[in-house]
Design a protein around this ligand. Structure first.
Ligand code: PSZ
Length: 500
């Protein structure tokens, strides 16, 4: 009885989403400027403080089943539209966090609902294949239409995966396989290789390493976790690997005002990278690959200059290390270019680029030589999800049709300028405003104040996230326009004024 009720409710909600299209939304007139988001609401609307009573009730219920310590509140995804997330207590919040930076074009975008409602797509939604062995007929075409249309320079191959960690984990394996094949002169593995790997011993399981950066985040699975250095709570009690960790530049902002000091800091870090590569080779644990985020996200929105990345890429090449750029959080247009590494202006930016979040499917692009030499070496059951490729193809159409990268650049400028102004107004509270596109952040004087500001802005209808020790980060969808920036700045200003 209960299950039939749930499935009926589910069917009704699907129907409502697919066919009745957004009864509660406010459609702006067709004569409105192009930059309006047509399926958006017109502003936040708060009925209770957050979490409201219904959220609290549900948290208690879920608490009987799972750990709910991280749950902020429960959502009503049917009523959420565009830049606004609606919760189960009827609060409507301007969402500048977007499910940890993973909603590309807002909630319930009509173009995506249409893809879902198309009967031709039903079999892709219903039958999830084991893509590595039994892909559907349209799979090569769909990959070409979606991921390959945004392939980074020099890369025409892509492997899809289910999530960001899974993508990085497999990218690391691809780098190790590449490195060992190089060392073996592309000959077949020896019997000793094959027997020793079965008991986790060299030479089959070689002592190779991946160099990562302090403050980096690359996921929570065991291999990725060895390269994640953003918070102790992620790593505590989990055995790890003796891999080198280089310092990531700690720059001063605004970057234009501190070019000399920042160049010195970057040179210091690059020198350390080369030292570590040499040290680990001498230790018998050569560095097979270097992994880095274009902007360290979880670790506190730490930036580095295009010069830093160009030099780092050269160091990798010089020492025979693969260069893996983790664009899980920076990829998909939020910095004003589709990939953040495009800002470096390089012909050969990377060997591997991993993605997830805004790309809807996880995966990694790679150069031809990083394709594993044999099938089943980079493999798992699902290896992605074709329904996500369908949605991604449509997301890319919308980005293109609505010039969303230009829009991101425009609203990003308005956001950063607004943050600069607030920082000048509240020098004791705010500092280090920084960003690229709408991928922005600002520091608050301390952790407790940061958390207090996050709660107060949420109660006034703006959803933000923290990162690092005391930063607030901004991660809106690509349809976040200048007028959304102004709604947000006014609310933040009110919260800060009360704080003074
Ligand atoms: O607390 C967490 O587990 C979080 S909070 C934000 C993330 C994870 N980001 C995921 C992420 C990322 O930002 C970068 C640069 N690389 C890899 C990952 C891992 O992706 P998922 O979470 O999909 O496994």
């Amino acid at each position: 009885m209960a299950s039939s009720l749930i499935s009926r409710q589910f069917a009704l909600s699907l129907q409502k989403n697919l066919w009745l299209s957004a009864p509660a939304c406010r459609y702006v007139s067709k004569a409105a400027p192009q930059t309006q988001v047509e399926f958006d609401y017109d502003g936040p609307s708060m009925k209770t403080s957050v979490p409201g009573p219904r959220s609290q009730e549900l948290t208690k219920q879920l608490g009987e089943i799972q750990n709910v310590g991280a749950v902020h509140f429960f959502c009503n995804y049917e009523e959420s539209r565009g830049n606004y997330l609606v919760d189960v207590d009827g609060n409507r919040m301007l969402d500048i966090y977007t499910q940890i930076s993973s909603i590309p074009i807002g909630y319930n975008h009509p173009a995506l609902l249409k893809v879902m409602a198309n009967p031709n797509n039903l079999s892709t939604l219903v039958n999830r294949p084991a893509l590595g062995i039994l892909p559907p007929e349209n799979f090569p075409d769909k990959l070409t239409e979606s991921l390959l249309s945004v392939a980074p320079t020099g890369m025409s191959r892509v492997q899809t995966m289910a999530c960001g960690s899974c993508s990085n984990e497999n990218a690391f394996k691809a780098m190790f396989i590449w490195y060992r094949n190089k060392e073996r002169g592309h000959k077949a593995p020896s019997d000793e290789d094959l027997s020793s790997c079965m008991i986790n011993q060299a030479p089959g399981c070689p002592d190779l390493s991946i160099l990562s950066f302090m403050g980096g985040f690359h996921g929570r699975t065991m291999g990725c976790l060895a390269t994640t250095h953003s918070k102790a709570i992620h790593k505590l009690d989990v055995p790890s690997l003796d891999w080198p960790i280089a310092p990531f530049p700690r720059l001063q902002y605004p970057l234009e005002e501190f070019t000399r000091e920042n160049a010195q800091e970057e040179a210091r870090c690059l020198e350390e990278v080369e030292d570590l590569i040499i040290k680990w080779r001498q230790k018998g644990k050569p560095v097979a690959g270097i992994v880095i985020e274009p902007i360290q996200a979880e670790g506190g929105d730490n930036h580095a200059s295009p010069d830093f990345f160009r030099s780092l890429r050269n160091i990798a090449r010089k020492h025979g290390c693969a260069f893996h750029v983790d664009e899980v959080q920076t990829g998909g247009g939020t910095t004003g270019k589709f990939w953040a590494h495009e800002h470096w202006g390089m012909d050969d930016p990377a060997d591997i680029v991993s993605f997830s979040k805004k790309l809807l499917t996880g995966g990694f692009f790679h150069k031809d030589e990083f394709q594993a030499d044999k099938p089943y070496r980079i493999f798992n059951t699902w290896m992605g999800d074709p329904s996500k490729n369908l949605l991604l193809a449509e997301v890319l159409n919308v980005i293109h049709r609505e010039n969303l990268l230009e829009e991101v650049t425009r609203s990003g400028k308005a956001l950063l300028n607004g943050l600069y102004e607030l920082q000048a107004q509240y020098p004791g509270l705010l500092s280090r405003a920084r960003g690229q596109g709408t991928f922005c952040a600002i520091d608050i004087c301390d952790d407790a104040t940061r958390n207090d500001i996050l709660l107060k802005t949420r109660d006034k209808g703006v959803l933000l996230g923290g990162c690092g020790d005391r930063s607030i980060r901004f991660r809106p969808a690509l349809i976040f326009k200048e007028y959304h920036v102004h709604i947000f700045l006014n609310i933040l200003n009110d919260v800060l004024a009360q704080h003074k």
